[in-house]
Design a protein around this ligand. Structure first.
Ligand SMILES: Cc1ncc(COP(=O)(O)O)c(C=O)c1O
Length: 377
């Protein structure tokens, strides 16, 4: 029996995205009919005989639970294939390992701080160069390409300033120059934005965030648009090794099923909180792009930051985002501490900026929590 016969195709292909999310992994195990994909907690697989294979050899190269997850993710993002990694940063590492010394990468300047750190402190040692540009300005992007530029990576909306970029235009600018376009789609998820459909080449996720959705696992994803790119990602994944473990693949599959309902509620809460913060006398500015469930805001006085972080009772003062529990973060000292100071100043990541990942709690409790925390002490 081949793996094609043993395992079916889950994820309700051809149906609406919210249906496909719920159906992730369903009908994959055609042997037992398990609705929840079994956790194949095995590092290796026996060969039936010399030259014969069940389709699986060793879990780094392939594992049925990971296969069910990767098939679902490829379908959801509209890509050829998806690959699951041990964290978002290991997914980004795999993408950067596709390049060589002397290659140049162009990046959006408003990026997760760990992406900066990975390029500026690790990959720079191996001769990969990087420069940063305001991706909200297509003319600035067009002017920033170099002859040795091989790829462009951006987040839209960006993090933490939540600025949006025109992905279709950027994909076109890249394609015209033979440059790969890569989007970190962590904040939007395929439920809200599918960069491959806009012409981009690779999608990356920290699946730790919305895809998992429960603040209980670290995971990363790379989705490739076509077969040639898929082969390159698959090669790097197997050669470098940071695959997502079977149990975490199962947790991520379980999280995916409720993505649509979680995000609907999170967006509704975020829009309501953004509106409430806009009218607050101690808030100078609110950054909310009108979609998704992340918002940042600038308070009028730096002293209010410690006051808010020390007083919230429903919202937790913690790093990360995208889970069902609301979290408040201080980007200057947490997520964006590794961004060069000059860049942070220019972008507005300063001692008065706070970021909230809005969860699914009752909006009246979230509002009341901020109301009691956002006061002069
Ligand atoms: C947009 C974005 N990309 C990548 C990462 C890195 O992901 P991970 O923490 O899963 O390694 C993060 C983490 O916060 C992130 O916010």
């Amino acid at each position: 029996m081949t793996d094609q016969q043993r395992f079916g195709s889950g994820c309700g292909r051809g149906k609406e995205l919210s249906t496909r999310l719920v159906q992730s992994g369903v009908r994959f195990d055609t042997v037992t009919g398990a609705i929840s994909v079994p956790i194949y907690q095995s590092a290796t697989f026996a060969h039936p005989g010399l030259g014969l294979s069940t389709g699986y050899d060793y879990t780094r190269m392939g594992n049925p639970t990971r296969q069910a997850l990767e098939e679902a993710l490829a379908d959801l993002e509209g890509g050829h294939s998806a690959y699951a990694f041990a964290s978002g940063l290991s997914a980004l590492t795999a993408v950067f390992l596709m390049f060589k010394a002397g290659d140049h990468l162009l990046l959006g300047e408003d990026l997760y701080g760990g992406t900066y750190r990975l390029l500026d402190s690790v990959f720079s040692r191996f001769g990969l160069t990087a420069s940063y540009v305001d991706t909200t300005d297509p003319a600035a992007v067009a002017a920033a390409f170099r002859p040795e530029t091989r790829a462009m990576l951006l987040e839209s909306p960006s993090n933490p300033m939540l600025k949006t970029s025109d992905l279709a235009t950027i994909a076109r600018l890249c394609r015209e120059r033979g440059v790969l376009s890569i989007v970190d789609n962590t904040l939007m998820t395929p439920y809200l934005q599918r960069p491959l459909e806009l012409g981009c080449d690779l999608v990356v996720h920290s699946a730790t965030k919305y895809l998992g959705g429960h603040n209980d696992l670290l995971a990363g994803v790379v989705v490739a648009r076509d077969e040639r790119l898929a082969e390159e990602v698959a090669f790097v994944q197997n050669a470098s090794g940071p695959v997502l473990a079977p149990h975490d693949c199962w947790l991520l599959l379980r999280g995916l099923k409720t993505l649509a309902v979680r995000l609907d509620r999170q967006q509704e809460n975020a829009a309501a909180l953004a509106e409430w913060l806009e009218a607050h006398p101690l808030v100078e500015a609110v950054y909310y792009p009108g979609m998704g469930a992340m918002l940042s805001f600038r308070v009028v006085d730096p002293a209010l930051v410690a006051q808010v972080l020390g007083s919230v009772q429903v919202i937790s003062f913690a790093e990360s985002l995208g889970g069902v529990e609301s979290l408040v973060t201080y980007p200057l000292e947490q997520t964006h501490a590794d961004v060069p100071e000059e860049t942070r100043r220019r972008l507005g990541i300063d001692e008065r900026l706070l970021r909230i990942s809005v969860g699914i709690e009752d909006i009246s409790d979230l509002r009341a929590d901020l109301e009691q925390a956002l006061v002069r002490s």
